[in-house]
Write a protein that binds this ligand. Sequence first.
Ligand SMILES: NC(=O)c1ccc[n+]([C@@H]2O[C@H](COP(=O)([O-])OP(=O)(O)OC[C@H]3O[C@@H](n4cnc5c(N)ncnc54)[C@H](O)[C@@H]3O)[C@@H](O)[C@H]2O)c1
Length: 341
Amino acid sequence: MRSINVKSDRNYQVVVGVNGLESIKEICKDHNKVLLVAPSSLIRLFKLKEGKNLTLFPTPDGENQKTVATLDRIWKKCAAIGLSRQDAIVGFGGGATTDLAGFAAATWLRGITWYAIPTSLAGMVDASVGGKTGINSSAGKNLIGSFFSPAKVLIDPTFLKKLSKRDLSAGMAEVIKCGFISDYRILNLVQDDELDYSQLIYRATKVKSKVVSKDFKESKLREVLNYGHTLGHAIEKDSKYRLRHGEAVGIGMVFAAELSHELAGLSEDAVQLHRELLQNYNLPVSYPRGRWKNLSTLLLMDKKVKQSKVRFIGISKIGKPVWLEDVSSSLLAKVYERIAK
Ligand SMILES: NC(=O)c1ccc[n+]([C@@H]2O[C@H](COP(=O)([O-])OP(=O)(O)OC[C@H]3O[C@@H](n4cnc5c(N)ncnc54)[C@H](O)[C@@H]3O)[C@@H](O)[C@H]2O)c1
């Protein structure tokens, strides 16, 4: 078991290598009442049972749970069981669940203790660390939320045995991202025949923890975690969310690497390494040529756009992120050609 300290609105530990089901019991010992939020599918899969002071709150699966309606039902449940400030909420599931449970905890009684027990790779290395919680709404995806850190993030890598190959690969895109922006050793580890998930999760989580500890509310440094995300978010939207977040981010990383080659001197070999590593995990590295017009419009809606200028996170070499400011639309179109199919 290894742990990482994260500094934020409150300091907390990310513990990698716990027994996830035992952790629920431990949490129940520390609180009078615990409300565990998890998709029904995972409640069945992991045979979760209610206990003396443990109430289960089953949710729909995936993005369908990140809604105002589900949140309202959670609040009603909190009221029904009399969940007080001394009690706790647990988010058990992928990133969608920890986002939802964290936001429920942030809003119930103006904030109560919560724990994240992520079960997907994306949830372990990305969503559960960093304190961003939230839901989707009719105004858009992830626009409603709060920075509200958990008391602990408890990671049990054995849960990944039941995760689909596609979701495992999508999570791997975020792991590879951590390798490119900060820790080149990750890039060696992902090429091993036998993957050491504990080690990969520990290293990737450490990268994210370090960054968010320095810049909790994303004033600037935290943007490095968005490597591949600027185009990635546009692709996610353009695909009407048929592509997984990690799949879209993978394509976005190849684009950001190509842009970094043009503007920041990233070597051609390093650009090629992006393609190789992502393809090893069956992740896409190109996108239809005809979608550029729509993507370029979507890019202007990115949160990093300032005065109509699109900014990208690039790398000048492996482990060295850079900000690519004021990128011209003609260069963007030229670089898109390299990833178009
Ligand atoms: N808060 C943040 O900083 C942050 C960062 C990145 C992503 N996110 C959010 O995270 C979500 C994406 O995360 P995700 O990919 O984990 O999505 P998800 O929660 O929808 O999980 C993907 C699928 O895997 C299933 N699953 C999870 N663990 C499993 C397991 N061990 N075995 C079998 N099936 C399992 C889920 O039920 C779901 O069907 C999005 O909502 C995104 O907005 C948040």
